[in-house]
Design a protein around this ligand. Structure first.
Ligand SMILES: Nc1nc2c(c(=O)[nH]1)N[C@H]1C(S)=C(S)[C@@H](COP(=O)(O)OP(=O)(O)OC[C@H]3O[C@@H](n4cnc5c(=O)[nH]c(N)nc54)[C@H](O)[C@@H]3O)O[C@H]1N2
Ligand SMILES: Nc1nc2c(c(=O)[nH]1)N[C@H]1C(S)=C(S)[C@@H](COP(=O)(O)OP(=O)(O)OC[C@H]3O[C@@H](n4cnc5c(=O)[nH]c(N)nc54)[C@H](O)[C@@H]3O)O[C@H]1N2
Ligand SMILES: [Mo]
Length: 753
């Protein structure tokens, strides 16, 4: 491995070079490349990368390195056919690295695993669906779980939850449970809508951005470019992050020819405040406390807004006053002076956007922190105002849409009633189901019999990953609908099915008819997505087709739902979606007709119109105490984060270009002072052990310690290499979201240097 201090800007020439190399590596024939130009256009496919919106009408070449890598990874012409599996046992497959598994290519044929022979073999689709019917109807529906990752389309997600609920099961864990669940929960309580309130237009009018717990240069490059543009037009950008992520320090827009020629970038953040991991709530309290100190000057609050639209400001004033600056400084890692500086910038801005991502949601007090973000915004009426708002920047490209489609364990009464009236005679299960953490609990206790997944890599994404993978293999039956092979698939149940599906980029044609699907981005734009490449194999079926066929086999009163008609015509699925959205989400009126005519529609966001669908009918200031996680002072706090060259559990390479780490992912970033205290050398191998209160040992070994600009007491390692340290018993109270980014650990040398 090697460490280099990167001199080139984030973005720029190297971003283009990396995208080109991804096309080459994936053996994509050159004649296909023009089709990339269509992605993100209204007529093309929705980029399978992140969920930050694209500008309508712009081609994907306008997009980013990361989107292009995701596309190349999916469009690869490599295939994992039946030959690949012949004579392999799951144990043998597990010897391959995450990258090798996925890099074997696209799944092209349905595969069956049987414990009796401990081998994989080919199976026909008809046999596979029959098998699903037999296995599923033999178990109690409560012993099944239907996981969904955020890559699938609205149509597939809608059918997925319909299959589960009509089968009699509401155990619908989803990748949101691991991701932005706290954002939706927190926002819904205080502003009445669990989604972001901004549009791209707001990005062009904001005077101040506060970017919290987010690394957009690697994970949302389109947002990085928008921030860069904002800075160039004079907006201020403040960042809260334990790391000085490269994109904020030096960024060149790959669209800018001059930047490409000179290879020079710009500073994007005016200031990076290196908070402690988990320190944001204290920092926000400090900022708000400083604002109340200035209250008499009458410049900093929007009292017209506060009086007309909010409740609870007195509570907030009293609550922040209770904290001493000393206490806030200790927890946040920022000085009083720094918190006052942020307050000054906020007071001076007429339009502020606060964005956040996993650095906030993967914390103990994620819901409280997000509600303090809202507290801050409400003080100056920064919701429902041009250039202002709250934006949880979503992860997967359709994770927001999957939720809008009800593909989750708890849905509203209204949604359930709509399902019942839309599909009369179907026996819809009205229970509250188990989320991901509850499903993990039942897996670990050997109570789950069947685990089905619509995409994703559940066993690797989950906390306690090694134990969850083993537990999956103890299930009676597992079914994975996937584009590519991953580690979870190497842990099949006694009987396991691996079903190859079409991705976004593939042309979806059946009986001569071409179908399209829809997706929803982080700003509630729903767009049509049509694949452009001929599928690698006739054996790959679309997600809606596979899911509808499963429904036909396992739903109670299956004949009351027109599964085959929906599989043949997604327009019909969209009509049912519209019917189920009545009184739930506004903006779906004439869905099918408008999406056909316009290619995209925007869903309404009541909070952005200053209509507050909260219990009080107002936007609510909410207060929460500061709660320290139970953690001895001698330990470190470790965050598990993404490198520049991965998409979640899909690891493209061992390099993290923007952080200057090359050739290895088993690394831990640590402050030099901490290395000195521990007597560990920069570059030395260490073991990392999590402190546990459940008698489970969680340890990873032979990680390289790298001296890095990170606050003392804080550590960073990559997900999923360090995921074995994360306990599934460690999650926030309200939404059960795992604490992936505040693991109490100790370090010890693994070998003498
Ligand atoms: N190319 C690419 N794009 C992606 C993904 C990908 O893996 N690759 N994943 C997608 C998905 S599903 C998601 S959810 C998003 C993830 O996008 P991010 O949330 O940007 O991803 P992480 O690497 O988890 O980064 C968390 C950031 O939060 C910081 N952080 C950690 N703890 C704290 C804290 O306590 N406070 C503060 N203020 N900061 C903290 C870390 O230093 C890091 O910069 O990206 C999406 N887009
Ligand atoms: N330690 C740690 N763990 C984490 C996180 C962390 O920061 N730290 N982040 C968490 C977060 S934010 C998230 S969102 C989760 C992600 O968890 P998941 O969503 O479960 O994982 P992904 O890596 O996105 O799933 C990748 C797999 O999806 C399949 N796939 C890709 N495209 C498609 C498609 O179009 N259709 C179908 N059917 N399958 C497809 C492929 O087989 C691929 O291998 O991980 C969580 N886990
Ligand atoms: Mo995510």
């Amino acid at each position: 491995m090697s460490i280099k201090s990167p001199s080139s800007p984030a973005g720029g020439r190297k971003a283009i070079a990396a995208a080109v190399s991804a096309f080459r590596q994936q053996q994509i024939p050159l004649q296909i490349i023009p089709s990339f130009m269509h992605a993100n256009k209204t007529i093309g496919f929705d980029c399978p990368g992140c969920a930050f919106p694209d500008k309508p009408g712009k081609p994907l070449v306008d997009s980013c390195e990361q989107g292009q890598k995701a596309i190349a990874w999916e469009m690869t012409r490599r295939a994992t056919g039946v030959d690949f599996f012949a004579d392999k046992t799951p144990e043998q497959l597990r010897q391959l690295s995450n990258t090798e598994l996925e890099n074997s290519g696209r799944l092209t044929t349905p595969i069956l695993y049987q414990r009796t022979t401990n081998r994989f073999s080919a199976i026909t689709w008809d046999e596979a669906f029959d098998l699903i019917g037999r296995e599923m109807t033999a178990i109690d529906p409560q012993q099944a779980a239907f996981y969904a990752s955020g890559r699938s389309s609205n149509e597939a997600a809608f059918l997925w939850q319909l299959v589960a609920r009509s089968f009699g099961c509401a155990n619908l864990p989803d990748s949101s449970n691991f991701c932005h669940e706290p954002s939706g929960f927190a926002l819904k309580q205080v502003i009445g809508v669990g989604k972001g309130t901004c549009t791209l237009d707001d990005f062009e009018h904001a005077e101040l951005f506060i970017v919290m717990g987010q690394n957009p240069a690697s994970n949302h490059p389109r947002m990085m470019a928008a921030l860069h543009e904002a800075r160039l037009r004079g907006a201020k950008i403040l960042v809260l992050n334990p790391l000085k992520e490269k994109g904020f320090v030096n960024f060149a827009d790959p669209k800018n020819p001059i930047a490409l020629l000179t290879n020079n970038g710009d500073e994007v953040a005016n200031e990076i405040y290196q908070v402690n991991i988990g320190g944001d709530l204290a920092a926000l309290k400090g900022v708000i406390k400083a604002l109340f100190d200035r209250e008499t000057s009458h410049t900093c609050f929007d009292y017209d807004f506060i009086n007309a639209h909010t409740s609870g400001i007195e509570l907030l004033r009293d609550e922040v006053a209770q904290h001493s600056w000393k206490a806030l400084e200790t927890v946040s890692g920022l000085s009083e002076h720094q918190m006052r500086d942020i307050a000054d910038a906020y007071a001076g801005s007429n339009a502020t956007i606060v964005s956040w991502c996993m650095g906030i949601t993967h914390q103990w007090q994620s819901v409280a922190t997000i509600q303090y973000i809202v507290n801050l915004l409400l003080l100056k009426g920064n919701i429902g105002k041009k250039g202002a708002g709250a934006i949880p920047v979503r992860g997967h490209s359709n994770v927001q849409g999957d939720r809008t489609m009800g593909a989750t364990s708890i849905v509203s009464e209204k949604w359930l009633n709509n399902l019942i009236t839309t599909f009369p005679g179907a026996q819809i299960c009205g229970d509250k189901g188990n989320n991901a953490i509850l499903v993990i609990r039942s897996l670990l206790q050997n109570e789950l019999k069947a685990f089905l997944s619509l995409g994703g890599n559940f066993g690797v994404a989950a906390p306690d990953s090694p134990r969850v993978l083993e537990a999956l293999s103890r299930c009676r039956f597992t079914v994975h609908i996937a584009t590519k092979l991953n580690r979870t698939h190497c842990y099949p149940g006694e009987i396991g099915l691996l079903l190859p599906t079409l991705g976004r980029t593939d042309i979806d044609q059946r009986d001569g008819q071409t179908q399209f699907v829809t997706t929803e981005d982080s700003m509630s734009n729903v767009r049509a997505s049509r694949g452009l490449q001929m599928p690698l194999s006739m054996q790959q079926l679309s997600e809606p087709t596979i899911v509808a066929n499963i429904g036909q086999k396992i739903a109670r009163n299956a004949q009351t739902i027109p599964w085959q008609n929906m599989a043949a015509d997604y327009g019909l699925i969209r009509q049912y979606i519209e019917s189920c959205q009545h009184g739930v989400t506004s903006g779906f009126e004439h869905f099918q007709q408008r999406i056909l005519e316009q290619g995209r529609i925007k869903l309404d966001n009541a909070a952005a119109l200053r209509q507050w669908k909260t219990t009080s009918g107002k936007a609510e200031f909410r207060v929460h105490p500061l709660k320290a996680p139970p953690q001895p002072a001698s330990s470190f706090t470790l965050m598990t984060i993404r490198s520049h060259d991965q998409f979640n559990t899909t690891v493209y390479s061992d390099n993290d270009r923007y952080r200057g780490v090359f050739g290895d992912r088993k690394v831990v970033l640590i402050n030099q002072e901490d290395l000195n205290k521990l007597g560990i050398q920069n570059g030395q191998r260490v073991n990392i052990e999590a402190l546990s209160d459940d008698n489970v040992q969680r340890m990873v070994s032979d990680f390289t310690a790298i001296a890095y600009d990170i606050p003392q007491g804080n550590l960073a390692a990559y997900y999923p290499e360090a995921s074995a340290l994360v306990s599934s018993a460690s999650h926030n109270e309200e939404t059960h979201t795992p604490i992936y980014k505040a693991v109490a650990v100790t370090l010890s040398p693994s070998t003498p240097r």
